[in-house]
Design a protein around this ligand. Structure first.
Ligand SMILES: C[S@@+](CC[C@H](N)C(=O)[O-])C[C@H]1O[C@@H](n2cnc3c(N)ncnc32)[C@H](O)[C@@H]1O
Length: 156
C-alpha cells in the first residue's frame, strides 16, 4: 500500500484503525459531515480526516501511493459519478499507485437494505472497460458469493 493511503468513504471508521496500523500515513475521506467530524474526534488530533466528495477529490495530482474504497462506490448517485470517481482516484495516485475496492453485487437483498439510501450497483463485467477508460491498467477482479473486490494500478 506504500507510504500514503487514501481511504475513500470511511464512514464511521470500521476499517480505519486497521488501515492506520498497516500504512505509515492514511488520509480518510468522507462525504457526510457528521461522520467525518466523529471520525476525526475518534482518531485524534492531526487525524487526516477530510470531508469531501469521491467524484471531486480535494487533493493535488499524484498525492497518494494507494487508495481503497470499501462499500462506497454504490453510494454514488449514478454510474457517471462512479466513472468520475475512478478518474479522480487515478488523478490523485502516484504512477504505479494501486486502487483497491470492495463492493456488493446487484440483487434483491442489497436493494432492500438500501431502501433508504443510494444503491447504484457496480456490474463487475463492466469494470475492466470502465477502469481502463479512467486510465488504469492491471485490472483484476475477485468475485465471491455476496461480494467482490477489484484492483487496478495507475500506469504512469
Ligand atoms: C456503507 S458506508 C461504508 C463505510 C466504510 N467504508 C465501511 O466499510 O465501514 C459508505 C460511506 O460512503 C460515504 N459516501 C457516500 N457518498 C460519498 C462520496 N461522494 N464521497 C465520499 N464518501 C461518500 C457515505 O457517507 C458512507 O459513510
Amino acid at each position: 500500500m506504500g507510504g500514503h493511503l487514501l481511504e475513500i468513504g470511511a464512514g464511521p471508521g470500521a476499517a480505519t484503525p486497521e488501515l492506520r496500523r498497516r500504512v505509515p500515513r492514511v488520509t480518510s475521506l468522507e462525504y457526510d459531515h457528521a461522520f467525518a467530524a466523529r471520525l476525526a474526534q475518534k482518531i485524534g488530533k492531526g487525524a487526516g480526516v477530510v470531508q469531501g466528495d469521491a467524484a471531486a477529490l480535494p487533493f493535488p495530482d499524484r498525492t497518494f501511493s494507494s487508495a481503497v474504497a470499501i462499500l462506497m462506490l454504490h453510494h454514488l448517485r449514478s454510474s457517471a459519478r462512479q466513472d468520475r470517481a475512478f478518474a479522480e482516484v487515478h488523478r490523485v495516485l502516484q504512477p504505479g499507485g494501486r486502487f483497491l475496492a470492495f463492493e456488493v453485487p446487484d440483487g434483491w437483498f442489497n436493494r432492500v437494505i438500501h431502501t433508504n439510501s443510494t444503491f447504484v450497483p457496480i456490474h463487475p463485467e463492466t469494470l475492466a472497460a470502465r477502469l481502463t477508460a479512467a486510465g488504469f491498467g492491471g485490472v483484476t477482479l475477485d468475485q465471491r458469493p455476496g461480494g467482490f473486490r477489484f484492483r487496478a494500478a495507475r500506469k504512469n
